[in-house]
Design a protein around this ligand. Structure first.
Ligand SMILES: Nc1ncnc2c1ncn2[C@@H]1O[C@H](COP(=O)(O)OP(=O)(O)OP(=O)(O)O)[C@@H](O)[C@H]1O
Length: 324
């Protein structure tokens, strides 16, 4: 990789390793995040997402590997790295005993902003995150979504170029989750780089330019949501019949279909495109058969996630496999 490539990367990590005792959590992972994009690290519980965030944000040291964050070496220039990043973890930095505004002013102090500048930034961020009305109330009275917004607002006091959001919407209701997604999109359109960990596949699908799936200590897949979806087969059209005679005739006409004689359904491999759907309908018309229901299934990130995280992780993924 040339120097220019490295400069344009907000995060460039290679061979990161971390073990606790004889448990290898990260077994040599590479992460490259271009500036101004959203990168999402996905993985089941305990996969090591928080560990990766903690390493990249200088909270803990890796056992091996290197990383440059905002152009600074993680090990040799930890202070410069810290100055360039913001971290919002699973455990909020919000102090419930003081007001939202006081939490913000405290952050401004920590970042050595002048009194005047601290007040200006606080007012601006509280307004941006729709917290002006609640600013003078103790943060303990805030809803989950408000606390999460305050947490991110506090992170932004230091104007970080890169922010790490560790499961930013876990436990939020759908409306608050959508508000958070909007906030993240606005941050990125303003040039911030976002490193996001999530257990919600839809969240990664909605927000991330690139997604990496972490499992068994390794990145098992890496790409855009579309690229990842292409990794798994499973796109199909399903036809359901109420009449067993129509079902039998359709099964004879559509030789590639997989039969389910109990449910009277036929499953035909398909990419879900208009062309392929039309072909199926044309076959049915030609044979003068009418299906009672037609549904299209295209692989989604769930399929990718379950396919990629199926075996090496014990109990949890087995449950998911059986559930499907
Ligand atoms: N300080 C520690 N000492 C020992 N083991 C640890 C420590 N921190 C993390 N682990 C273990 O490392 C593994 C990865 O943990 P980590 O919190 O990074 O996973 P995660 O992907 O963030 O999971 P979750 O989604 O549940 O937060 C887990 O098995 C955890 O028990």
């Amino acid at each position: 990789m040339t120097t220019t490539d490295t400069d344009e990367l907000a995060i460039a990590a290679t061979g990161l390793r971390k073990s606790y005792g004889d448990k290898t959590v990260l077994d040599g992972i590479d992460i490259h995040v271009p500036a101004g994009t959203v990168f999402s690290l996905l993985g089941p519980n305990g996969a090591g997402k928080t560990t990766a965030v903690s390493i990249l944000s200088t909270l803990i040291s890796p056992d091996g590997g290197q990383a440059r964050i905002a152009g600074h070496d993680l090990a040799a220039e930890a202070q410069a790295v810290r100055a360039a990043i913001g971290v919002t973890g699973q455990f909020s930095a919000v102090d419930g005993l003081i007001t939202g505004e006081e939490n913000m002013l405290l952050m401004a102090d920590l970042h050595h902003l002048s009194k005047h500048e601290g007040r200006r930034v606080t007012a601006e961020l509280l307004a941006r995150f729709d917290l002006t009305e609640a600013a003078k109330k103790p943060a303990s009275t805030y809803s989950g979504g408000m606390k999460r917004r305050l947490d991110i607002a506090m992170t932004l006091v230091g104007s970080p170029r890169i922010i790490f959001l560790d499961e930013p919407t876990t436990g939020l209701d759908p409306r608050s989750r959508h508000t958070m997604w909007q906030i993240i999109r606005e941050l990125v359109s303003g040039g911030t780089t976002v490193f996001l960990t999530t257990q919600y596949l839809e969240e990664a699908d909605q927000l991330a330019d690139r997604i990496a799936v972490l499992n068994g200590g390794k990145i098992v897949a890496d790409g855009s949501a579309e690229q990842l979806k292409r990794l798994v087969p499973g796109g199909h059209v399903r036809l359901r019949f109420a009449d067993p005679v129509a079902y039998e005739r359709a099964a004879t006409a559509l030789r590639e279909a997989t039969r389910n004689d109990e449910a009277l359904t036929l499953q035909i491999p398909s990419d879900g495109s208009q062309r392929e759907l039309r072909a199926v309908l044309d076959w049915l018309d030609a044979a003068d058969i009418e299906a009672d229901e037609l549904s299209v299934h295209t692989p989604d990130l769930d399929d990718v996630f379950f396919a990629l995280t199926a075996s090496p992780v014990p109990a949890q993924s087995t449950d998911k496999e059986t559930a499907r």
